[in-house]
Design a protein around this ligand. Structure first.
Ligand SMILES: [Zn+2]
Ligand SMILES: [Zn+2]
Length: 403
């Protein structure tokens, strides 16, 4: 009898030992957020990038990204284009590397007198070759590249279907608004989700805070762009992109417009020389919290603000309720983190630092005066490497409007 009881107990203990870790792993599995990493701003030989689309896409695929958009200037990569190799391309051995990676059968090249031409693969061709179901998505994009009085006005259109030509207008604002209207028209007409985002407003100090305040229908802009010439930090006269973001959102809130979301991108052009003076891969990206990797799902998640922008900091958890926001950093050993909660409060005309925490987790409970709150996470003691720009290891969560 005692033996039988002991045996039963042993079974019970074995059962508990088996089931408890299972239960635990289930609950942590449910809590685990699905994050998809992507870069929405990249250039190839289709415009002024210095490599073939497939080589660039392969870099992103090999570096644990789940989606990429090649956003060449004023093209959607759908025509016959024989690209003529330049002296710089020959020095970079681009054709040899291309053939080595994708094979003779894939690469089409021809010689005409002294020149070598390579036929660029179209969007449809490179997408079919490199996209992988549930693992890696390639999104069609165009950097609609216009200007007004020599001020650059660049607007990316993610998941564009038909090319949009640069527009002429009577002011920077007019050019931006007309471009946005064309994007929204195309979306309506085709029923395909797509969105515009304003690129690098401080490039050539082309786009001001005041102009962005007056826009209608803009949901995204680049709070961080990894190109060395874009002045993310502003100067004595011009606001940093982050200050712009907050001032625009205070204005949008007062006007009853939806809040503007911040994106980080590479805007990569240079794939052979890596230095702070080049525009390289791996500097800025978005992490999208979506239920799957379908392009329409990613866009829907971004439009709901379910993503953060990053220039080097990863989050393990980002959650919010109507009472608080909670942040947990995915820590890199030897790096310290500062988590700041920034918010707009009733009666103020600017953003305040609501709470600052040194560490890898932090929560902020919304106060009665808070209107919207966002978080910024900064790596404070990292060793800069050659591909990161100065002071650029950060993550920015999207502003949350408090009811
Ligand atoms: Zn640009
Ligand atoms: Zn660009």
């Amino acid at each position: 009898m005692i033996n039988k009881c002991l045996k039963q107990n042993q079974y019970l203990i074995k059962f508990i030992l088996l089931i408890v870790p299972l239960l635990y792993s289930c609950s942590t599995e449910i809590e685990k957020q699905l994050w998809y990493k992507g870069n929405l701003h990249t250039h190839s030989f289709w415009s002024d990038g210095d490599d073939f689309p497939e080589m660039i896409i392969k870099w992103y695929k090999d570096h644990d990204y789940q989606f990429i958009a090649l956003s060449d200037h004023n093209t959607i990569a759908d025509s016959d284009f024989w690209y003529k190799l330049t002296q710089k391309d020959i020095k970079n051995k681009v054709l040899n590397q291309y053939i080595e990676t994708f094979g003779d059968d894939w690469v089409e090249s021809k010689k005409e007198s002294e020149d070598t031409y390579v036929k660029l693969k179209t969007f449809a061709e490179y997408k079919a070759k490199l996209e992988e179901e549930n693992a890696f998505k390639i999104i069609r994009s165009e950097e609609v590249t216009s200007s007004f009085n020599k001020k650059p006005i660049h607007i990316n259109v993610t998941n564009i279907n038909q090319k949009i030509d640069p527009v002429k207008g009577t002011s920077v604002l007019d050019v931006m608004q007309k471009t946005l209207d064309l994007v929204n028209e195309q979306r309506e007409k085709l029923g395909i989700p797509m969105f515009a985002h304003i690129n690098h407003p401080n490039f050539g100090y082309g786009i001001s805070t005041e102009e962005l305040k007056k826009l209608n229908g803009e949901r995204f802009f680049e709070v961080y762009n990894g190109h060395p010439a874009v002045n993310n930090g502003g100067n004595e006269i011009y606001n940093s992109t982050e200050t712009m973001w907050d001032l625009i959102n205070i204005h949008y809130y007062k006007q009853g417009k939806p809040l503007l979301y911040g994106i980080a991108t590479d805007d990569s052009h240079n794939y052979h020389d890596y230095s702070p003076n080049h525009s390289n891969t791996g500097r800025g990206w978005v992490m999208v919290n979506a239920k799957n990797l379908e392009i329409s799902t990613l866009i829907e998640a971004m439009e709901n603000g379910s993503f953060y922008a990053s220039s080097g900091v990863y989050l393990k958890k980002l959650s919010s309720t109507n009472k608080e926001i909670f942040i947990e950093v995915e820590p890199d050993e030897n790096i310290s983190y500062e988590i700041e909660f920034l918010g707009y409060q009733k009666g103020n005309d600017q953003i305040s630092v609501l709470k600052k925490v040194n560490g890898t987790t932090a929560a902020y409970s919304f106060g009665k005066e808070d209107v919207f709150v966002r978080a910024k996470i900064t790596a404070t003691n990292f060793l800069e490497n050659e591909t990161q720009l100065e002071g650029s290891m950060q993550a920015w969560t999207q502003p949350i409007l408090i009811d």
